[in-house]
Design a protein around this ligand. Structure first.
Ligand SMILES: Nc1ncnc2c1ncn2[C@@H]1O[C@H](COP(=O)(O)OP(=O)(O)O)[C@@H](O)[C@H]1O
Ligand SMILES: [Mg+2]
Length: 225
């Protein structure tokens, strides 16, 4: 599988404190990764760097084989990378309008956006909620709307920050069930989480932040964090 994004020599400091120093991070095309590590090890910070929400100057970075700088955050990544917050903020319009927002903001005419929004709502199982106000939704429904809002943009790289951490039961399972289809659709996915069921999804590779270093390993054996 081809490499989508390669980052080498990535250090992140907050003041005097070095949060992590990552020798090499490789994200391949259409591959899924779980990013584990204790609270405070920098999972969210790493995802935010990849999404351009936090600054960083690695020694080297390359996207689809072409070298690039992360500072300023390049347009090619802005158009290809989507970050989904642990507690997604939805606009107090409707579910459908939230999912359409990114496409409209990119200048897509609404006639062209509409079928994509329909498809994304069906994928996330939220079609019946299309006219609902987000503040009336359950946590699981909100997370699925946030995933639909991200997927509709057809990102090459999707970054999910603890998508199931505030969910349980069926709501959690519904979110987990959506992940493999993102990869099948060609996206690479990095999921920061502690969720055993996400960690042990088939064909998911494991990235672990520990003591400021990133360890990578294939997830053939059921992982215990
Ligand atoms: N903007 C910031 N300024 C200073 N410290 C920060 C900032 N953002 C995160 N941190 C610190 O970096 C550490 C890692 O945070 P985070 O990436 O949220 O970890 P995780 O997601 O693994 O729990 C925490 O100790 C947090 O307080
Ligand atoms: Mg976090």
């Amino acid at each position: 599988m081809k490499e989508l994004l390669v980052i080498e020599g990535l250090r992140k400091d907050f003041g005097e404190r070095r949060l992590f120093e990552i020798e090499r991070l490789v994200i391949r095309q259409a591959a899924a990764y779980v990013l584990t590590g204790l609270n405070g090890t920098g999972k969210s910070t790493l995802l935010r760097i990849l999404a351009g929400l936090e600054s960083a100057s690695p020694d080297r970075a390359a996207y689809m084989g072409a070298p690039l700088s992360l500072r300023p955050y390049p347009r090619v990544l802005r158009e290809s990378v989507v970050y989904v917050h642990q507690h997604p903020v939805l606009f107090s319009t409707t579910v459908a309008a939230n999912i359409a927002y990114g496409l409209t903001a990119r200048g897509m005419p609404s006639a062209q956006a509409a079928p994509r929004v329909e498809q994304a709502m069906a994928w996330a199982g939220v079609t019946h909620l299309r006219d609902s106000k987000p503040q009336t939704l359950s946590g699981g429904e909100k997370q699925r709307v946030a995933l639909a809002r991200a997927k509709v943009l057809e990102p090459r790289l999707l970054l999910l920050d603890e998508p199931t951490s505030s969910l349980d039961g069926a709501a959690r399972e519904q979110v987990i069930a959506l992940i493999p289809s993102l990869v099948a659709a060609g996206s690479s996915v990095v999921i920061a989480c502690h969720d055993r069921d996400l960690i042990s999804l088939p064909q998911v590779e494991r990235l672990k932040l520990r003591d400021g270093r990133l360890q990578a390993r294939q997830n053939r054996v059921r992982a215990v964090s």
